[in-house]
Design a protein around this ligand. Structure first.
Ligand code: C2O
Ligand code: CU
Ligand code: CU
Length: 418
């Protein structure tokens, strides 16, 4: 149902089973289905009403990753939904067009529930982006691409406890939108891919198989100022990037795929007659200049690996407020990945309830494709990243490493915004 000012959805976390490969079906979790979930579509300015239902036999929560929301609507560890319970969520969407996502966030079972399939998408649309000549026909020239790595047991099961690694659970098999060996039929000259790293702990470096550059048009939280040609796209857990692939110069039948190293993420099958899509706009959005006047400065150091991870030498406690901030006061945070004795680990930093901008990476300007709205940024081993943002809502928000096993081990803190 939708009217001009509100759009309503029901999202049910449930058990399922899926035939990913031949043989036995895999036991899974999904939202409104067997695996993954729906795309919730909302326009900027609308109120998003979501009836969340938990049909699992354990607690879960519904966290809207990347959404600018009041703390009590954020679905973090403080807002669990018990087994068989229902919770009504409602917030006004004020942020610009973006590809957001949602997933569980209860302490102790976030990583496992995500691994078993609980992930969905939110598309925020807005008027300014609708006026641009960008591919936007869902499933025709505009595709969600949720990338996950999994380990299938001999009996085709996701055996999380067996696949588990304290330093991040990974697997040898790639799934795209829950599909093995996926392809899409490309019937237009320009194709938009909304890339989502929905993996627990794996970083991807995505390329096109013909070495052509992708045109990146959006970061986590919205459109870039202009398209940026990217040959190799780094995507850390939790991050999103929207890219447009230009097939104008390619012949039908020519093999083309999105690759992660030597692994194929997605095959693009080029139809003989592809509809012309016109030119990609040279200007996409006007990003506000970052205002740091009178900013509050915070410094967070991420250290350790496996069970020893910490932020500023502490692990998460639900009872401890680590930082405080005021609505409307600019924040400048310095994020450091302390290079440990043995650790070459990166830590994908994620902050709830707000979108930020990257001021610098190791003292230098961020690359052109990371100058848009972000909610997750990879902290490479030994690196220092400065970000700036301003909270728009009150509440308690999490910040954490989006390597979900690190997060479960306490690489998370909370900030109270008043
Ligand atoms: Cu994508 Cu705190 O989460
Ligand atoms: Cu989040
Ligand atoms: Cu980490």
């Amino acid at each position: 149902r939708s009217d001009a000012n509100a759009v309503s959805y029901t999202v049910t976390a449930q058990k399922g089973a899926m035939a990913f490969k031949d043989g036995r079906k895999t036991q899974t979790l999904g939202y409104n289905g067997n695996y993954l979930g729906p795309v919730l579509q909302v326009k900027q300015g609308q109120t998003l009403n979501i009836t969340t239902k938990n049909q699992l036999n354990e607690a879960t929560s519904f966290h809207w990753h990347g959404a600018v929301v009041p703390g009590e609507m954020d679905g973090g560890p403080h807002e669990p939904v018990a087994a068989d319970a229902t919770k009504q969520v409602s917030f006004k969407v004020t942020q610009p067009a973006a590809t957001l996502w949602f997933h569980p966030h209860v302490m102790g079972s976030t990583a496992k529930q995500v691994y078993q399939g609980l992930t969905g998408l939110i598309y925020v649309n807005d008027q300014a982006s609708q006026k641009l000549n960008l591919p936007h026909d869902y499933g025709k020239d505009d595709f969600p691409v949720i990338i996950q790595d999994r380990q299938f047991s001999a009996a085709n099961q996701f055996d999380y406890d067996k696949a588990y690694s304290a330093d991040g659970t990974t697997g040898p098999t790639l799934l795209m939108n829950g599909t093995l060996n996926p392809y899409v039929n490309v019937k237009t000259k320009l194709v938009r891919l909304r890339l989502v790293n929905g993996s627990n702990a794996r970083n991807y470096h995505l390329t096109l198989s013909n070495q052509q550059a992708m045109q990146q048009i959006a970061d986590d939280g919205g459109l870039l100022a202009r398209p940026v040609a990217v040959k190799k796209l780094a995507l850390a857990p939790g991050e999103r990037a929207e890219v447009v692939v230009d097939t104008n110069k390619l012949a039908a039948g020519q093999p083309l795929a999105v690759m992660a190293g030597k692994q194929r993420v997605l095959q693009l099958r080029l139809a003989k007659h592809r509809r012309t899509s016109g030119q990609l706009p040279t200007k996409l959005a006007t990003l506000p200049t970052v205002d740091t006047a009178g900013a509050q400065h915070q410094s967070l150091t991420f250290s350790g690996m496996g069970h020893m991870v910490a932020i500023n030498d502490q692990t998460y406690s639900a009872k401890r407020i680590d930082l405080t901030a005021k609505v409307g006061q600019p924040q400048v945070w310095t994020l450091k990945n302390a290079r440990g004795m043995m650790s070459g680990r990166s830590h994908p930093f994620h902050l709830h309830g707000v979108q930020f901008r990257i001021l610098s990476i190791n003292g230098k300007q961020p690359p052109a494709n990371e100058r848009g709205w972000k909610d997750t940024v990879d902290l490479a081993s030994g690196s220092t990243v400065k970000i700036a943002f301003t909270f728009k809502n009150r509440g308690i928000y999490m910040y954490h490493c989006h390597n979900l096993e690190h997060e479960e081990q306490g690489m998370m803190g909370q900030i109270k915004v008043s």
